[in-house]
Design a protein around this ligand. Structure first.
Ligand code: AMP
Length: 557
């Protein structure tokens, strides 16, 4: 197929904002593509390489200026000038080539095949050079030749493809719908989407569409090639969570780490990010952990990689851990500074795809193959329950351990790649926090009888100039925190009545909670549902007011 036919369609796509029109333009192009359907469909995604392949050309805008200059015989300054004028390197390339065409002999038409072959060749040069320095001159020469044999419009789009900036306003959904229109009269978009979620390869999906629906349905997950991760919906309350995922449900801690899909193929481990990037080289510790502590030669596990402090084992948040993702050098040093622990929470392949089995079964299998070892691989903290209190306790514990909250998952459901279906929901504290004073407490029983356990929280009533109770906080504190708090509260005790004590309201804590309810049980007339400790507010002397609580209560409904 002539490359100019593709760039003609690109121009049409650029000229319309309407999705339906975009879909028809693409559908028509796809129908005409015949033997080069795969290449054409991939080009419309902005890169000739399928998403899962992790291939790119490694060309920056600056380098493209050099390439255009080489291709057209113009100076780099001239190219820069055109870039400034047009505000776009594609248009600059087009302008430079226009000038050139006036002076040159026609070199023959570019075909899709020629263009894609050339881009592939360069990407391979780039890939093989990752650890050495790539021969930049050779790469630039190949690309300059490509641009020099392009017509002006072809140069515009080729330049944009080279720097991975095609910008046609064509998303995944448009390509999916265009395939449906081209091959199934607009039907079966959902099957096409599913095939894409498994393969992350629109070229392959397009070829299957051409063969027929059966071929589309047959596209399956391939071990070694990343599939899209199942995503979570967000819920505001535990109750809502249960409504979404059913009872009983699996409750996991939600770690603040990096999602990783780990493939083991005949014992070889590959680590992919949620964006399908291959980060195996960057995470040798995760690879080793899986090699040593996952007893399966062929599997795919869905995990969170959680960074920990090598000195005290404490959690390191994602923000810091993310440094490791892009690093191609000093990998060993970073591994020492921010080692990761693998925390698997799902299994989607074990000698065969198992993603259609219910989560409870997948989890059981996962338990069977994981040999837990701290600072290597440990299953995600996981419990199965129908009890809201228990879920709330887990949430509090998770938060006070420094994690992000909890995930609630349906035990019955399959694994749906790429979907924000309600098979898995995240429950994050969403309410504004309140700064409250500890106004009372209760001595614990048993092992902790010399600790003040249950803490009574109070807000400040401005009108009456006194503190009023709004709730009790029983959990969410570590043993150390309970000890610390007991030490702080003892000197503040003003009255003791049995196990209950009243204290001067001098310690302020920031509390999270599910919601505010009206309640006759507390002197404020309000109760916080499931309050939990976020942190001490040593910097504050006064708690939030009853008036603020009233306002938050009204805003809730
Ligand atoms: P969010 O990024 O806020 O949409 O939350 C979903 C993310 O939570 C997932 O993509 C995972 O990276 C992360 N996560 C942490 N712990 C878990 C867990 N136990 N189960 C599922 N996802 C988890």
């Amino acid at each position: 197929m002539k490359y100019s036919r593709v760039t003609e369609a690109f121009e049409e796509l650029e000229e319309t904002q309407k999705n339906l029109e975009k879909t028809s333009i693409l559908a028509k192009l796809f129908q005409e593509s015949e033997d080069e359907l795969e290449e054409v469909v991939l080009l419309t995604t902005g890169t000739p390489f399928p998403a899962w392949k992790n291939m790119d050309l490694g060309v920056s805008s600056k380098t493209l200026v050099k390439i255009i200059s080489k291709a057209t015989g113009r100076t780099e300054d001239e190219v820069e000038q055109a870039w400034k004028e047009k505000g776009d390197l594609g248009l600059a390339a087009e302008k430079m080539v226009e000038k050139k065409t006036q002076q040159r002999l026609f070199t023959g038409e570019l075909t899709v095949e020629k263009v894609v072959d050339r881009l592939e060749k360069v990407a391979e040069m780039e890939a093989s050079g990752i650890s050495q320095s790539v021969d930049q001159d050779k790469k630039q020469k190949e690309l300059a030749e490509l641009i020099s044999s392009a017509e002006p419009r072809e140069a515009r789009y080729t330049a944009r493809i080279i720097i991975n900036n095609l910008r046609l306003g064509v998303g995944e959904g448009t390509i999916r719908d265009a395939l449906a229109e081209a091959f199934f009269d607009g039907e079966h978009a959902e099957d096409i989407q599913k095939a894409y979620d498994f393969t992350n390869d629109f070229g392959e999906v397009a070829e299957a569409c051409k063969e027929g629906l059966e071929s589309v349905e047959e596209l399956e997950l391939v071990l070694g090639r990343p599939i899209k991760s199942m995503l979570a919906k967000k819920v505001e309350t535990i109750e809502e969570g249960f409504e979404e995922v059913g009872k009983p449900a699996a409750i996991d801690y939600k770690y603040d780490g990096m999602r990783a899909q780990i493939h083991v193929v005949d014992g070889d481990v590959t680590v992919f990010t949620r964006r399908l990037e291959n980060v195996t080289e960057q995470f040798p510790d995760a690879v080793k952990a899986v090699e040593e502590n996952i007893n399966a030669d062929n599997c795919i596990i869905d995990t969170e990689l959680v960074g920990y402090d090598p000195e005290d084992g404490g959690m390191i948040p994602f923000q810091k851990l993310s440094k490791r993702i892009k690093r191609k050098y000093e990998i060993q040093k970073l591994k020492k500074e921010i080692p990761v622990e693998v925390r698997p929470f799902d299994l989607i392949y074990l000698d065969e795809p198992i993603l259609e089995r219910p989560y409870s079964k997948r989890w059981k299998k996962l338990e069977e193959i994981v040999e837990e070892e701290k600072e290597s691989v440990r299953l995600a903290d996981h419990r199965e329950t129908s009890n809201e209190e228990e879920v709330s306790e887990m949430q509090q514990q998770s938060l006070s351990d420094g994690h992000e909250g909890i995930m609630m998952k349906s035990l019955e459901s399959e694994y749906r790649p790429g979907n924000r279906v309600g098979y898995m929901v995240k429950l994050k504290p969403v309410m504004e926090t309140l700064d409250l004073a500890i106004v009372g407490a209760k001595w614990s029983e048993g092992r902790r009888s010399d600790w003040l356990g249950r803490l009574f929280l109070g807000c400040y009533d401005e009108e009456k100039d006194e503190y009023k109770e709004v709730g009790k906080m029983a959990t969410g504190l570590t043993d150390e925190q309970f000890q610390e708090i007991t030490g702080k509260l003892k000197p503040l005790i003003t009255e003791e009545d049995g196990r209950k004590v009243e204290v001067r309201p001098e310690i302020i804590v920031e509390a999270e909670y599910e919601e505010i309810q009206k309640s006759p049980n507390y002197s404020s007339g309000y109760a916080l549902r499931f309050p939990r400790m976020k942190r001490f507010r040593e910097d504050k002397e006064q708690a939030d007011t009853l008036q603020r609580i009233k306002k938050l209560y009204q805003d809730q409904s």
